[in-house]
Structures are given as C-alpha cells and as structure tokens.
Ligand binder design. Structure first.
Ligand code: NCD
Ligand code: ZN
Length: 366
C-alpha cells in the first residue's frame, strides 16, 4: 500500500497571484493543492502601495487588489493576506490607518531593483530607525523582508564565500532587530546557512519562509544546462546551504520555519537580455515539499515524520500570523502525479517540475 496521510489544509505564506486574466488560474491551482489561504505579494504592476482607494497608473491599493483576488476565486480561501509594498510614498500615518482598518497585516521590503518588479523598493538603510518601521512595531504589522543586499558587484553578489543574502543577514538584519525591538518579521525565501542560523538564533518574533526549490536544488542544478525555469531570486545556493535549510525545516519541534512557496508565474521566462526571476509551483508545492523532506531523511511512514511535515506546512505559519490551523483537510499519497503547462493568452506558464523534467512522486486529494 502506498503511504497516504491526511493533514490540515495549509497556508502559502508567500506567493504571487499577479493581476488580470490569469489570476483565476493561479488561484485555482492554489486551491487544487490543498491551500486554505495565501499571502499574495504586492509586486504587481502597478505595485500595491496604497491602503485604500481606486488606485492609479502608479499605484494599486490593498483594498482594490483584495477585491480583484476575491472576485477571481480567492473568496474560497479562509485567509488572504495582502501586504503593502514599501515604497518612497509609504508613511507612518498610512501604517497606522491601515492597521486600524484591518486591511494592513504585513508590509513587504524589496531591495531596489533586486527582483521582479522591485524597482519601487527603497534601500533598507532608509527604513532602519525610521517612523514607518516604528509604526509597524506599534501596530503589530509584520515586516516581510526580501533579504538581499542590492547594488553589489558580481563577485560580492554571488561567490562561494558570500552572497547578496549573506551580506544582508550579516550586516542589516542585526541592525533592524536592534533598532526595532518589537518588530515582527518574516525572512522570506531564505537560501543560505547564514540566514538559517540568523533566524534560528533570533528572538521568537523572527520567522522564515522556505520554498520547495531551495530545499530541492542547488546552483549546480541551475547552471548545468542553464535550467532557466529554476531561475529565481534569491538564487539556489550550495549543498551546505541546502543541508542547513533541510535541517531547519525538519527539526522536531521547530516553529519558526514555514511554507511560503514564492510561486511566481511568468508567461515569458526568456527576456531580450536576461531571464525573468521566479519559479511557478502552483498545483504542486506540497508534492515538492514532501519530496524534499524525504530527501532530507524524513520517513513519512512514521508519526514523527508526518508531524514535522505538518508543522512546517500547516501549523507554524498560521501560528506566527495569529490565526488558527485550518479545520479542513487534504490527503497526500505516495502516488506519482503530473502538472500541466498553463497555456495562457500571454504565453505559457511552465510549472517547475515540467521545467526541470522532474517526476512528482506524490499526489494530492482535496
Ligand atoms: C518573484 C516574482 O517573480 O514575483 N521572483 C522570484 O524570483 N522570487 C519576486 C520575488 O519574490 O523575488
Ligand atoms: Zn516572492
């Protein structure tokens, strides 16, 4: 008999649903993979950088983005978190009002030009000690942080000894914690042993999301054949980093590391000069996480193996964000499954397993 187990529906606490026609499909894919709720990142075009209002050419509001997502099928989620994009227009008053109205639960730091649609980001030094982060502390608004130092030269950006992420965690994160002793933060899509150690040693108010691709792959998988479907930011790193991530997520009793897929659909990965950053894992993330946990030595035939997976996928994230574990369930079975390319009008969206020629060894029943 194939291993099969049932667990509470899970929450994807870092994903990208974009805007427009394709949103319905992206949300449907999330619902199909047992997702009870999601945190939809604000790097849309235009960015989600206002709290209320209709928006303009330059800015969309949390209010209007939520309405769009709910109308596109997101009303089936029991939680939908829509963070504010921290830009040069963000003020402490907006934070206070947003938190008061209930629309604002989190805000996202993007390193300027650091990833897809990150051009509205403002350098971290401008925020540290400032009134916006203070207002977030006062009102319990979570800081979702894309922890990479921006503007580095190639050798500092990615090297065996350091990366944009390790620089950021060594130099900037300690300063944020010290200047803002009550700020709650989620270190998004961490990739290095430096970030793992930082989060593990930090106070309880610091947690982290980990993606399937960073648990499954290393940079060798990316550059051998230049597998651009695996190109995302932060980049997949070295084996020692992957080991550190695997150890962190599979540690019995850990409550700081949780699922955030960073599923990021792109209708065209290949650009004129370069590659769009982001891996699409809609419809297959729990299967990928299960494969990664097995590679990390977790035995799904044991209660403890299933429990550690359930904490990571279904329990730790809601606990950090302050809502209950889902009362609905879904079932994972060790039976192969497949995901399809989504042929949208804007172009094909290739899910990571297809782009990596990877066979899913698990399947889902909702
Ligand atoms: C994300 C995207 O495409 O929106 N890309 C990525 O490589 N992860 C943005 C992000 O979260 O970095
Ligand atoms: Zn992201």
């Amino acid at each position: 008999m194939a291993i099969s187990f049932t667990l509470p529906k899970w929450y994807d606490l870092h994903t990208h649903f974009r805007q427009g026609e394709n949103v319905n499909q992206y949300i449907a894919d999330h619902l199909a993979m047992g997702c009870a709720g999601a945190l939809a990142m604000p790097n849309t075009r235009p960015p989600v950088s206002q709290i209320t209002g209709k928006g303009s050419e330059d800015a969309c509001s949390i209010e209007s983005y939520r309405a769009e997502l709910l109308a596109a099928g997101g009303d089936a989620f029991d939680q939908l978190i829509t963070p504010l994009y921290l830009t040069g227009d963000t003020t402490a008053e907006m934070i206070a009002e947003g938190a008061g109205s209930g629309l604002l639960q989190a805000a996202k730091y993007y390193p300027p030009h650091g990833t897809t649609n990150a051009e509205h980001g403002v350098a971290i030094d401008e925020w540290i000690g400032g009134d916006v982060f203070r207002a977030m502390e006062d009102h319990g608004v979570v800081l979702c942080i894309h922890g990479e130092q921006h503007g580095l030269v190639g050798a500092d950006y990615f090297d065996a000894q350091q990366s944009a992420e390790s620089v950021f965690y060594n130099e900037k994160l300690p300063a944020i914690l010290e200047a803002h002793p009550r700020l709650r933060l989620v270190c998004e899509h961490i990739t290095t042993s430096v970030a793992v150690d930082f989060v593990a040693q930090a106070p309880e108010r610091v947690a982290a999301t980990v993606t399937p691709q960073h648990l499954l792959y290393t940079v060798g998988d990316l550059i051998q054949g230049l597998k651009y479907h695996l190109y995302c930011l932060p980049l997949v790193k070295f084996d020692a980093d992957r080991e550190a991530l695997r150890a962190a997520v599979t540690k019995v009793g850990q409550n700081k590391f949780f699922a955030g897929t960073d599923s990021a659909p792109h209708t065209s990965k290949v650009l004129d000069c370069g590659c769009a950053a982001g891996c699409y894992t809609g419809a297959c993330a729990p299967q990928l996480y299960a494969m990664a946990f097995e590679q990390a030595g977790v035995d799904f035939d044991t209660d403890s193996g299933r429990a550690v997976f359930e904490s990571f996928l279904s329990t730790n994230g809601p606990a950090f964000y302050g809502f209950a574990t889902s009362e609905d369930t879904f079932t994972l079975s060790k039976v192969p499954s497949q995901v399809a390319v989504f042929e949208s009008e804007e172009g094909p969206v290739v899910p990571l397993p297809v782009g990596m020629d990877l066979q899913l060894t698990w399947s889902i029943e909702n």
